[in-house]
Design a protein around this ligand. Structure first.
Ligand SMILES: [Zn+2]
Length: 136
C-alpha cells in the first residue's frame, strides 16, 4: 500500500477547482495570497483568497483544509446569492447586532456559524470522493 505523506500542489488545485465548480462559485473572484489560513473569503472585496503558503499539504491537514475551503465557499455562495455588496452590508449588520448584544462579532455571527456547519457537514463526503479519485 502506498502511503503518501504529502498531497501535491496539482492535486490540491484540482480539489479546489472541483469544489468551486460543484458549488457554482467558479466565477467568484479568486486571489492568491500568502497567508496563514488555507483560504479566506474577503467580505469587503467579495474575493475568495487562497493561500500560496501551502504548496503541498500533509495528509494530517486534509480535514482542516477541506473544512476551511468549504467554509469559505459557503460565504462565496451567500455572496453570489445576494450580490457581494449586499452581502457585505448584511454581514456588517450581523456583526453590529452581535456586538450590541455583547456577543462576539465572529464566533456568534450567524453567517460564520452557518459556514462552519457547512464545512463540518460535507468535508467527509468530499474526503471520500477525493480519496476514490486518487487525489488524497
Ligand atoms: Zn467565515
Amino acid at each position: 500500500m502506498l502511503i503518501r505523506e504529502f498531497i501535491s500542489q496539482a492535486n490540491k488545485s484540482q480539489m479546489i477547482t472541483t469544489l468551486l465548480k460543484h458549488y457554482k462559485v467558479g466565477n467568484v473572484r479568486v486571489k492568491l495570497k500568502s497567508m496563514k489560513n488555507h483560504a479566506h473569503y474577503n467580505v469587503d472585496t467579495g474575493t475568495l483568497e487562497l493561500s500560496t503558503k501551502y504548496k503541498t499539504i500533509k495528509n494530517s491537514q486534509v480535514k482542516e483544509f477541506l473544512i476551511t475551503i468549504l467554509h469559505e465557499i459557503y460565504h462565496a455562495m451567500d455572496s453570489k446569492k445576494y450580490g457581494w455588496k449586499k452581502f457585505k452590508d448584511m454581514y456588517e449588520m450581523e456583526m453590529n447586532l452581535q456586538i450590541a448584544k455583547g456577543k462576539d462579532e465572529y464566533k456568534d455571527n450567524k453567517y460564520e456559524i452557518e459556514a462552519e456547519k457547512f464545512g463540518e457537514n460535507y468535508w467527509k463526503k468530499w474526503n471520500s470522493k477525493f480519496k476514490k479519485d486518487g487525489l488524497i
